[in-house]
Design a protein around this ligand. Structure first.
Ligand code: G3P
Length: 215
């Protein structure tokens, strides 16, 4: 499973990238607003740190305007994947953009039907929001599992990108459910690295290592 960082914080992206396990980055208007920067400037900074798909979200609400915005955003850097919210406008834009060879990550996916339609329109990724589905009392993993199964059954060339990840267990379960990618907040990626028993084990080994001369 590929791992993307879900943040627009360039410091957190540098730290995460240093682990050597980060394959891409996803951003959205809320994540960028949190940083107080211009979207294009930050995306270009991110492209210098992570050599992989970098999702940047488009917000126009009319089809022609959305297509034009997506073309502009896609032109920022070869690694940019334009993020487009699922919907009637979004689907029409995805159809046109994918026909032009522009990679689209369809965001705000909350059902397998939405994922199926986005894949049929030519999206490169669909992003089911696992955490928000769970917050709403549904099972976000069902959407991951169903979307993966449908894409596999019909050989749809679209990847399921698990998003809205709330904790390390979500990552495990999305991987078990067959998600192609999980986009993970930096703090959760750090949590995945650590375990109290690992820390305790290192402490014991270091203490015992004092009983023999350095190798
Ligand atoms: O990539 C989507 C993600 O940032 C949304 O997460 O926690 O706002 O549901 P959250």
């Amino acid at each position: 499973m590929r791992i993307f960082l879900d943040t627009a914080s360039i410091d957190d992206i540098r730290k995460g990238a240093a682990l050597g396990v980060v394959d891409g980055v996803t951003t959205n208007p809320s994540l960028v607003a949190r940083e107080g920067v211009e979207y294009k400037d930050r995306v270009l900074e991110i492209c210098q740190v992570v050599d992989g798909p970098i999702s940047a979200e488009c917000i126009s609400t009319e089809v022609d305007a959305l297509v034009e915005e997506a073309r502009r955003v896609a032109s920022w850097h070869p690694n940019v994947v334009v993020k487009i919210p699922m919907g009637v406008v979004g689907l029409q834009a995805i159809k046109r953009l994918s026909a032009e060879g522009i990679k689209v990550n369809t965001t705000l996916i909350f059902s397998a039907n939405q994922a199926l339609l986005a894949a049929k329109a030519g999206a490169a990724y669909v992003s089911p929001f696992v955490g928000r589905l769970n917050d709403a009392g549904q099972d976000g993993l069902d959407v991951i599992r169903e979307s993966v199964a449908i894409f596999d059954t019909y050989d749809l060339q679209c990847e399921v990108l698990a998003a809205s990840i709330r904790g390390p267990r979500d990552v495990t379960e999305c991987a078990l459910a067959g998600a192609h990618v999980a986009t993970i907040p930096p703090a959760i990626l750090q949590q995945m690295v650590n375990h109290p028993l690992t820390d305790k084990g290192i402490e014991i080994f270091l203490n015992d290592a004092k009983k023999y001369s350095a190798v």
